[in-house]
Design a protein around this ligand. Structure first.
Ligand SMILES: C[S@@+](CC[C@H](N)C(=O)[O-])C[C@H]1O[C@@H](n2cnc3c(N)ncnc32)[C@H](O)[C@@H]1O
Length: 213
């Protein structure tokens, strides 16, 4: 008997994977070890490992969303990889928990997670990333952001209101605040790139100035 496993699928992931890949090609050092936080459906993990030669991609998720992610990595994580690239079996990781993997990683990547995790979890994401990154490692964060009170688009403002109605702890984060918080931990903004559908890709680099070590 054949059992058909229904994998989680994100249409947003499908739409944004190519624009994200274009920027990752620019920013990722060769053969980077990458920790992805909140991998969701696993589509990004698979797509990036199919197109970034030598990348070693470590997906992760909270326990409650692990089954679908593990299913995708198991079914698709060996096929058509770029030369030397691999996707590791996913790890359980809630950014607010103390049990981060030891790393080190040249990059931490996360997409569309900051507005979903509670605001109080965001500093944990930053501090955890500092701990697992190499000396000049990168933290790349994709998603919608606002700048102070200003939204970059009416659709983001409506999305923000919708999220906060669902749960007041969710919401589109302030990139200015995020940048200040990151900088205090030794993560410095290198790029803030406009992406399709009013999203951004923020690239932070850890500096070897001893902070956050
Ligand atoms: C909108 S989904 C995005 C999933 C995937 N990154 C994507 O781009 O399709 C938000 C993700 O954030 C994850 N998330 C929320 N809170 C988290 C936390 N405290 N630690 C780790 N991941 C978290 C959820 O489990 C979920 O997978």
């Amino acid at each position: 008997m054949k059992i058909k496993l229904e994998l989680p699928f994100s249409p947003a992931c499908l739409r944004n994977q190519e624009p994200i890949l274009t920027l990752l090609r620019r920013w990722m050092p060769p053969e980077a070890r990458v920790l992805e936080v909140g991998s969701g459906s696993g589509q990004h993990a698979i797509h990036m490992a199919r197109h970034l030669p030598g990348v070693r991609w470590q997906p992760s998720e909270r326990p409650e969303s692990m089954a679908g992610l593990a299913g995708r990595i198991c079914l698709e994580g060996q096929k058509d990889m770029a030369p030397g690239a691999l996707v590791a079996p996913p790890l359980v990781l809630d950014v607010t928990e103390a049990h981060w993997p030891s790393g080190p990683y040249e990059a931490v990547f996360t997409a569309n997670t900051l507005h979903i995790m509670p605001a109080a979890a965001v500093p944990h994401l930053l501090a955890g990333s500092v701990k697992v990154l190499t000396g000049e490692g990168l933290l790349l964060i994709y998603g919608p952001f606002r700048y102070g009170d200003g939204h970059t688009a009416a659709s983001n403002q409506a999305f923000d209101a919708h999220l906060q109605q669902l749960d007041p702890a969710m919401g589109v984060r302030d990139a200015v605040e995020l940048q200040a918080m990151a900088s205090r931990l030794g993560l410095h903004l290198q790029a803030d790139a406009a992406m399709p559908a009013n999203n951004r890709l923020l690239v932070f680099q850890k500096s070897d100035d001893g902070r956050g070590e």
